[in-house]
Write a protein that binds this ligand. Structure first.
Ligand code: UGA
Length: 437
């Protein structure tokens, strides 16, 4: 453990809150974690981690003495000056972000000139300004405010916290901004110190740009399917251009998760609310929705009617290394397949508990080989490592049909073909054109 650093409070113990808390504890701060969910706090006190996030359990355990879990906001206010806010901001029906949890936190703050809220939750541009207005109206002008957006990815959140590409701090140039900068100093990351609105926009624009990159490569993939090119080769060729870069050019069956879909629509909405029609983002959203459904057409092309067909889905989480199924492609896909009369059987190494809740009517198998048993077709939905290591001969002898659809272009097409199965990826042209490994 490192040297003692200033104590902080973290409000909200979801992915962002818990990783932020454990990360700052690792850097040497005592951290008071506050959540209104008493059950969750009890579990955390017992050392249980309510989410699956690689490395988080170890990080929490290693810094156990520096972490306090409580439902009482006063505990954090007593011990810390900086209060990081990491509560949920889910989308509303209109596509705007629901800020009710953020506003509850704001309302609960007492008048103070020695505390600051440090916003980690993803909020619309202008939220900081409106919170400062609320503070002023309530006679809490002394309360400082800092925007410090989070860029961690689920599945690699601990690594992302400890090795960030950049730290963005938006503030009014008072003590609180300096204190946040100081807190992050040991990470030695490039710092963007700016005004509050610009910091808020960096977060939304970054997520929207990455989502745009994915929808772009997915459209290129769809054109590749028409023209016989292989999108994997295309992405490799494009990605070597420094200005483009290789990351987030992985074509597939659409992006999901708690961030991209929500933030793209929140930015579109935010622009619309201020009178600007953000055309590009409309396309990004629409392409993504259609991309999730294209698998159904591919299955129909090979199998004809899907009525009574047994379709095995490998993976359900929105990406590997997480149990999170929010906005996962598996949700749309299984609903579409069931609506077309297919029997859907699925397996995910971690997301089974979520799936039981979210996918009624889908048969959940205890393992990949159980899922593919008697299947007419297999669809890779989430590229977990264990699916890349499957023995395709075993899969072939378990299946009734022969079709494998690789929704993430993550499988070894040659091994699949060698096992006597047929292979279709996303944007990979005809099987004959697949580049030799
Ligand atoms: C995303 C951002 O990457 C983080 O920087 C950000 O902090 C986070 O949202 C957030 O706002 O909290 P995350 O949602 O955890 O992180 O997941 P990503 O790894 O970005 O993947 C999102 C989705 O895009 C997944 O469904 C993934 O399968 C898909 N994806 C990603 C592709 O289809 N192709 C790619 O090339 C990359």
């Amino acid at each position: 453990m490192s040297q003692q650093r200033p104590p902080i409070g973290v409000i909200g113990t979801g992915y962002v809150g818990l990783v932020t808390a454990a990360g700052f504890a690792e850097l040497g701060s005592d951290v008071v974690c506050v959540d209104i969910d008493a059950d969750k706090i009890e579990r955390l006190r017992r050392g249980e981690i309510p989410i699956y996030e690689p490395g988080l359990e170890e990080l929490v355990a290693r810094n156990r003495e520096r972490l306090t879990f409580t439902t009482r906001l006063e505990d954090a206010l007593e011990r810390a000056r900086l209060l990081f806010v990491a509560v949920g901001t889910p989308p509303t029906y209109s596509g705007d972000a629901d800020l009710s949890a953020v506003h509850q936190v704001v309302a609960a703050m007492p008048p103070s000139d020695r505390h600051a809220l440090v916003m980690k939750s993803t909020v619309p541009v202008g939220t900081g300004a409106s919170i400062k207005r609320i503070f002023a109206e309530q006679g809490k002008d002394g309360f400082s405010y800092v925007s410090c957006p989070e860029f961690l990815k689920e599945g690699s959140a601990v690594k992302d916290f400890l090795h960030p590409d950049r730290v963005v701090v938006g503030d009014d140039g008072d003590w609180a901004g300096d204190a946040v900068v100081e807190l992050y100093a040991p990470l030695d990351a490039p710092l963007v110190r700016t005004d509050i609105s610009s910091a808020e926009m960096v977060k939304l624009a970054s997520n929207a740009f990455l989502a745009t990159k994915i929808s772009f490569i997915n459209e290129i993939a769809n054109v590749c399917e028409e023209t016989g090119a292989d999108v994997m080769e295309v992405a490799r060729g494009m990605g070597l251009d420094d200005r483009i870069g290789p990351k987030f050019l992985q074509a597939g069956i659409g992006f999901g998760g708690s961030c991209f879909p929500k933030d793209v629509s929140a930015l579109k909405q935010l622009a619309g609310n201020s009178g600007y029609h953000f055309q590009l983002l409309n396309a990004v959203i629409e392409v993504n929705e259609l991309q999730k459904r294209r698998v159904v057409a591919k299955l129909q092309k090979h199998l004809g009617s899907l009525v009574g067909k047994r379709i095995a889905l490998l993976g359900l989480a929105f990406k590997p290394e997480t149990d999170d199924m929010r906005e996962a492609s598996s949700l749309v896909l299984s609903a579409r397949l069931q609506a077309d009369g297919a029997h859907v059987v699925a397996y995910d190494p971690i997301a089974e508990e979520q799936a039981r809740r979210l996918l009624p009517g889908v048969e959940l198998a205890p393992g990949a080989l159980d899922a593919v048993q008697d299947a007419d077709a297999v669809v890779l939905v989430t590229e977990w490592q264990e699916f890349k290591e499957l023995d395709w001969r075993e899969v072939a002898s378990a299946m009734r049909g022969t079709l494998v659809i690789d929704g993430r272009n993550a499988l070894d097409a040659h091994a699949i073909l060698a096992a006597g199965l047929s292979y279709e990826g996303v944007g990979r042209g005809t099987v004959a054109s697949l580049a030799t490994p």
